[in-house]
Design a protein around this ligand. Structure first.
Ligand SMILES: Nc1ncnc2c1ncn2[C@@H]1O[C@H](COP(=O)(O)OP(=O)(O)OP(=O)(O)O)[C@@H](O)[C@H]1O
Length: 402
């Protein structure tokens, strides 16, 4: 570039323009670098500062302070920093507390509850009634009480009949209660939401009632849906006194469940199926009309049922010619569906251990011995326990045939 003009010490105009432009460019670059430096300083400060504590709002006191449940455990009464919008401090909102845990400094963005995320939600379960051996009467009852009202609510409206709001499946473990509920969801094209009632109160202490609310909210969002509440006795056992805070918590959770049940339309697109192994200890309040008013007993399979269950679980298995499923069904008196599945699996493993591609009768016989030896359960060995139960007849009034 030609720097000098015609006179001495005189710079060319072009050169001056060039230098001015360069200065402007460098100034812009400098302020960009300053901004970047500030950003990195803030990052470093954030990384070096003590962490904030996460908490959930339980309630707002009349004086403006807030009761929160902190992620570190205890419930705390805290102040609210002036930059926090008080209208966002609703029960259930997640907030950050300062490191002393005394003040809410930020309302955290809304997100799905971690428990709800962990819950079993199957948009379209694959099980159908054909995957369930025996239990014909139970399938028919569930078809009428849950599937039909979900798929043909107008037929019920026209006839002026109300289907049961909630169905309670009871009987010994491993006999197909969960399987039936899943099949009902799949056959009515509904989302299947499974919750275990004992987790309402044990896993998320102090939040049982809120979790119940969240479950129903999720069910409405994903409707049509079926909420399956397993082990309902954990929150619905009759109580002599409700002295301890743990018992009060269980009581609150049950109250919330009853309120949700009372508040919804039996012909709506959310259905509730509950299950228990301990119907004898249930609080009768749960079984009143308009709540779980249809009880269905799910017994251990009889010989025919066992044969069908053997057939279902060996469907995809290569069996040797000597395998006699009828004989296996005969010698497994007292086995549950879950036991039969275990027997089939055990027999399959034995074949695998022996490097065989097919399963023999001998594999099955030793599997029967192994599995049946392990189990001796009072309810299965004594089915009268359920049949003679004094409240086993509650809910018969809800029987309907269309
Ligand atoms: N009638 C059945 N037909 C086919 N398989 C069955 C049957 N009953 C049980 N099973 C097998 O046993 C497993 C456990 O059954 P399921 O979970 O439905 O029992 P449950 O009655 O809900 O028991 P729990 O009370 O322990 O929850 C099922 O996944 C299935 O593989």
């Amino acid at each position: 570039m030609q720097h000098r003009g015609s006179a001495d010490n005189e710079f060319s105009k072009d050169y001056i323009y060039y230098l001015e432009r360069r200065i402007r460019e460098l100034e812009a670059e400098r302020s960009e670098l300053r901004r970047e430096l500030r950003r990195y300083r803030m990052e470093v400060d954030k990384l070096l500062s003590p962490p904030l504590i996460e908490a959930m709002v339980l309630s707002v006191l009349p004086d403006g302070r807030v009761v929160v449940k902190s992620s570190t455990g205890p419930n705390l009464v805290v102040n609210v920093s002036s930059n926090v919008d008080p209208s966002k401090l609703v029960p259930g909102a997640y907030v950050a507390l300062n490191q002393r845990g005394s003040t809410i400094v930020e309302v955290l963005p809304e997100r799905e509850d971690p428990y709800i995320r962990a819950m079993e939600v199957t948009e379209r379960p694959k099980v159908t009634f054909d995957d369930i051996g025996g239990l014909e009467e139970q399938k028919r009852e569930l078809y009428e009480a849950v599937i039909l009202p979900l798929v043909k609510p107008e037929a019920f409206r026209e006839l002026g009949i109300e289907p049961p709001k909630g169905v309670l499946l009871y009987g010994p473990p491993g006999c197909g209660k969960t399987l039936l509920a899943k099949a009902v969801a799949s056959m009515s094209n509904a989302t299947f939401i499974r919750v275990v009632a004992s987790e309402f109160v044990h896993k998320y202490v102090g939040e049982g009632a809120r979790i119940v609310r969240e479950v129903f909210k999720l069910a409405r969002k994903k409707a049509p849906s079926i909420i399956f509440i397993d082990e309902i006795d954990a929150i619905a056992a009759k109580r002599i006194d409700i002295g301890t805070s743990g018992e009060r918590e269980i009581q609150r959770t049950l109250m919330q469940l009853l309120a949700e049940l009372d508040g919804f339309d039996p012909l709506g697109d959310v259905k509730v199926i509950a299950a228990t192994n301990r119907i004898d200890i249930l609080d009768p309040a749960l079984l009143r009309p308009g709540r779980f008013d249809r009880l269905i007993y799910v017994p251990p399979p009889d010989e025919r049922g066992r044969l069908e269950i053997f057939k279902i679980h060996t469907k995809r298995m290569k069996l040797a010619d000597d395998v006699d499923l009828g004989y296996l069904a005969r010698i497994t008196e007292g086995a549950t569906g879950a036991d039969i599945r275990a027997i089939v699996m055990e027999a399959g493993l034995a074949a695998l251990r022996n490097n065989r591609r097919y399963v023999t009768m001998e594999d099955f016989l030793s599997a029967v011995e192994k599995v049946m030896k392990k189990r001796r359960r009072p309810y299965v060995d004594n089915p009268e326990y359920f049949e003679s139960n004094p409240i086993a007849g509650v809910g018969e009034s809800a029987v309907m045939h269309i």
